[in-house]
Design a protein around this ligand. Structure first.
Ligand code: ZN
Length: 144
């Protein structure tokens, strides 16, 4: 493809626009904001681009990564469920019904001595940074 393009004498693509023109570029774009890979009825695997209702350990193992490694690699929050929003809501509703909610309400800073020792410090994920930035921008828009 590169040779054909140079043979036609086409301009060298701008680095900023090149990914959008390449068929494999959309995954990289999605990975810049991994939240966008999680849609209402599907979640996109950021490694191969396949779509699922839920990213299973079996699928992730086929890429040689665990769910924890996958979340770290793409900057997801540790607690992010790797499933579409509809499924995640369904599980959340079920968890409330079965009384799991009381466990979730446990604040780690209170129950985890190691976390308390570090003063609640933990690495901030890309997902969290993006969410904070969006919240800040929304607040700024509201203020102006
Ligand atoms: Zn995959």
């Amino acid at each position: 493809m590169d040779r054909a393009e140079s043979a036609r004498g086409s301009a060298i693509p701008e680095p900023s626009t090149a990914p959008q023109n390449r068929p494999d570029g959309w995954l990289a774009i999605l990975a810049r904001d991994p939240r966008r890979a999680v849609e209402e009825d599907q979640i996109v695997c950021l490694i191969c681009g396949a779509r699922f209702r839920q990213l299973t350990n079996t699928h992730l193992r086929s890429h040689g990564v665990s769910a924890v490694e996958y979340k770290q690699r793409f900057g997801y929050n540790r607690g992010r469920p790797l499933m579409c929003r509809a499924l995640s809501r369904l599980y959340a509703e079920r968890a409330v019904l079965t009384g799991l909610a009381s466990h979730i309400r446990n604040r780690p800073i209170v129950t985890d001595p190691e976390l308390r020792r570090r003063g609640g410090m933990r690495p901030v994920t890309l997902e969290e940074l993006l969410t904070r930035r969006d919240a800040r921008r929304a607040a700024e828009r509201g203020a102006s």
